[in-house]
Design a protein around this ligand. Structure first.
Ligand code: ATP
Ligand code: MG
Length: 398
């Protein structure tokens, strides 16, 4: 297809670009993820070149829509919608004028500045001179525009490469991180709250595939509460690809704990049961780690001692990416990734069904183990596992 009939997108790879010998492996995976993420657009060409990824799409696709899809793939630092021309001075000047005139039709601005980069050192002009030349052409070709080098309304980037030159104004920021599938698989303990979906997102952003386990206390918790967790997983699948959710009924376990263990230890013992069940599922599904949305000091069960005692329930590694975040920052991230509005829907969680008045904040493992000896752990866990339902959440194939 003729380049005039295509939109070009320049994808910058952020941290992937810093990789040493493994760089081709990361780049190849990123290209594969981009290909899957953009499956609904036909006739795309995706190519790696000189540390960047170039995506060419037929003109009929709205550039902002394509750029937005690209920006939500982990490993993408930023993306620009560009026009391309041959790396020849006169052609570059003409293309820049054309580009700015087109832009003026949709956007009101008065001043501009040209910023030029020359990856092709054989090009017979240095970057500042290219910028000056192109700026001169734009001034003549777009009469309404003035140059402002300090505070321009619009920055016009001219990226001169070996064969082709790319011209663009905007950079849509991506999330950065590493391509999915470059860092094993984690089982997230997914509640309906604000934190755990953000925790899953953070780990997926570092290249980890995600599977989920959710605990409910049906019929004390409603079908709607279960649906809320599925809704959250669907939003996450936009970034993480398909997510398998294991739903487990924890009610019998909670009732036994409430009946037989000291009231102030109820939350911490319940959390330990969640971890033990998660560990069984995690091992069975070949997950490398467990992931939680726990955060130091956020609630009574998440004191330093509380977290240590929770952790001692399992031998599998537990990753807590939000451990030192402030709640406001977690909420900001939840808003940015789109889970916040769903997370704040007021449906009960199994933890809120049996809530002690004064939960222990400095649990001692010896005491907790003594209390747990009062209930038949293995039978309860096996019975809970029999209640398992598996659901798939998928909005985008990655
Ligand atoms: P969230 O906002 O994710 O619900 P939270 O601040 O409410 O977290 P807790 O309820 O104490 O904190 O739970 C801490 C972590 O334990 C959660 O982030 C999640 O990983 C896990 N967790 C809690 N409840 C459940 C549940 N019902 N199902 C699965 N995991 C859970
Ligand atoms: Mg919660």
């Amino acid at each position: 297809m003729d380049t005039k009939n295509r939109n070009t997108f320049i994808v910058r790879c952020g941290e992937v670009a810093l990789k040493g010998q493994n760089k081709p492996f990361f780049e190849r995976l990123l290209v594969e993820r981009l290909r899957k993420a953009l499956y609904k657009f036909q006739a795309l060409e995706i190519k790696r070149n000189e540390g960047l990824i170039f995506i060419k799409a037929p003109r009929e696709y709205e550039p902002n829509t394509v750029a937005s899809e690209i920006s939500r793939v982990f490993g993408v630092a930023s993306v620009s919608h560009a026009v391309e021309t041959e790396s020849e001075l006169e052609a570059i000047g003409l293309a820049a004028v054309d580009y700015m005139n087109n832009l003026l039709e949709t956007k009101a601005f008065h001043s501009f500045k040209v910023e030029s980069k020359r990856a092709n050192k054989d090009f017979p002009m240095e970057s500042p001179d290219i910028a000056r030349y192109v700026g001169g052409k734009v001034l003549i070709g777009c009469k309404v525009l003035k140059v402002d080098v300090h505070n321009p309304d619009c920055r016009l980037f001219v990226d001169v490469r070996r064969d082709r030159t790319y011209i663009y104004v905007d950079k849509t920021a991506g999330f950065g991180g590493l391509p999915l599938g470059t860092n094993g698989k984690g089982l997230v303990l997914l509640s309906g709250g604000i934190d755990s979906p953000v925790a899953a997102f953070m780990m997926a952003k570092r290249g980890m595939m995600i599977e989920a386990v959710h605990f409910h206390a049906y019929p004390y918790t409603s079908e709607r509460a279960k649906q809320k967790v599925l809704d959250l997983a669907i939003i996450l699948s936009e970034y993480c690809g398909k997510i398998k959710i294991h739903s487990i009924n924890l009610l019998d376990i909670q009732q036994q704990i409430a009946e037989k263990c000291p009231e102030d230890e109820m939350t911490i013992i319940t959390r330990r049961f969640m971890m033990k069940i998660a560990e069984i599922i995690g091992k069975e599904t070949n997950c490398d780690v467990l992931i939680t949305g726990e955060n130091l000091g956020q609630v009574a069960s998440q004191t330093a001692k509380g977290l240590v005692v929770t952790n001692q329930a399992v031998t599998m590694a537990v990753m807590r990416p939000l451990i030192a975040f402030d709640k406001v920052d977690i909420m900001d991230l939840a808003k940015k990734i789109g889970t916040f509005e769903t997370s704040i829907q007021p449906f009960e969680d199994c933890c809120t069904v049996f809530l002690p008045k004064h939960p222990v904040t400095k649990p001692e493992i010896e005491n907790i183990l003594k209390s747990e000896a009062l209930i038949s752990e293995n039978t309860l866990i096996n019975d809970a596992l029999k209640t398992r339902e598996i659901t798939l959440a998928q909005i985008r194939a990655l």
